[in-house]
Design a protein around this ligand. Structure first.
Ligand SMILES: [Zn+2]
Ligand SMILES: [Zn+2]
Length: 359
């Protein structure tokens, strides 16, 4: 950590001219240096290139602080012995020199962190949006009336009959199965040699070094003492290309015999539908369903009733929003003729509704 001396400046308070730190008398107007502060010319941190090399100046720089004459107020070099202005002897005339303002580094003060302020702003915005969503999707209770209704009664008829089927494996009840030839059953991944690929690896390769910043303190005599920074080193890493072999796979199709056959199965045959709005729901008559009327030898039929109901509520307010509801039973459908009023609860998120009260 080598030390070096750098000359400072002071500005004459009478004629405003800049003087080198070595002079204790203004080189322009002859006024002796008083309380004027020494300062660094320029804002850059001194480097070794700014170091004082002249032996006489070096001696002056390291002689110690200036002293102030209590008789005439001028400032004098530590090694002067007596006041150059009034001749007073140093030992009797010296009074403590006034405090100098500290040398201000170029990047002294840091403004308040901008990132922190943005973070707080974003947080507040997200909270506001979250609350807005909660309000928009809240569950509401509203008065509503039935403005639309419809019902659908379907009789679904299945028939037990002979159907065509095909596949890789035939069931035990398959009738006259026949082989249809080989088809791709599935595809296997099989290793097919290797492939050389490159990859990069991080390897130590020397050091990277940097110097800590130069620090200076005023000698309070027109010079400042600076120390060049310590060198700090860390291991440097380089990327190296390496090679390795990796397995390569190929698709190999596997074949199996494909069959076609016939079999007795229950299969959907027909639907007989009644539908309406306000009239009481009905089911298709036995004549219309005509179960097993057109069956062949060995065939049979069965019927399943599939009901579905739909009610549309309209809110009794300015929005007049509509909400659809599917009553699960005919009983609940019958209890809601056109114009029926109910208190309903609407979920804002999926628009699902449920009935809360009867009138
Ligand atoms: Zn001057
Ligand atoms: Zn004096």
């Amino acid at each position: 950590m080598p030390e070096f001396q750098v000359e400072m400046h002071w500005r004459c308070s009478t004629c405003r001219v800049d003087n080198l730190g070595r002079y204790k008398v203004c080189q322009n107007c002859g006024k002796p240096k008083g309380d004027e502060a020494y300062y660094r010319s320029g804002t850059a941190t001194p480097t070794l290139a700014d170091a004082v090399t002249d032996p006489a100046l070096l001696k002056q720089a390291t002689a110690g602080e200036d002293w102030a004459c209590s008789y005439c107020g001028s400032q004098q070099r530590r090694d002067s012995g007596e006041c150059a202005e009034c001749g007073a002897e140093q030992g009797q005339a010296e009074r403590p020199a006034p405090l100098e303002p500290p040398v201000i580094p170029p990047n002294g003060r840091q403004p308040l962190s901008k990132g922190k302020r943005i973070g707080i702003g974003c947080g507040a915005l997200f909270l506001l949006m979250f609350l807005g969503c909660c309000w928009a999707f809240r569950t509401r209770q509203v008065e509503a009336q039935v403005v639309e209704r419809s019902w659908n009664h379907t009789v679904s008829v299945e028939r037990y009959k002979i159907v065509d089927e095909e596949g890789f494996s035939k069931p035990s009840d398959a009738l006259n199965p026949s082989a249809q030839g080989q088809r791709v059953h599935h595809v296997d991944k099989v290793q097919d040699g290797t492939r050389r690929e490159s990859y990069s690896e991080s390897v130590a390769c020397g050091e990277t070094c940097s110097k800590s910043p130069v620090r200076c303190t005023s000698n309070k005599n027109g010079f400042e003492s600076c120390s060049s920074g310590d060198e700090r080193c860390s291991t440097k890493y380089c990327s190296e290309t390496r090679y390795r072999d990796v397995a390569v796979y190929k698709d190999v199709p596997r074949y199996a015999e494909w069959y076609a056959w016939r079999a007795w199965r229950w299969a959907h045959q027909r639907d007989i539908t009644d539908q309406g709005a306000s009239e009481p729901p009905t089911w298709a008559s036995d004549e219309r369903v005509a179960l097993e009327k057109a069956c062949g030898a060995g065939e049979k039929e069965r019927a399943t009733r599939v009901p579905s109901y739909r009610i549309v509520f309209e809110e009794n307010n300015k929005k007049k929003a509509h909400h659809e509801w599917k009553p699960p039973t005919q009983l609940e459908f019958d209890e809601l003729p056109l114009g029926s009023r109910r208190t309903i609860e609407v979920n804002g998120l999926d628009d699902k509704m449920r009935i809360l009260t009867k009138p």
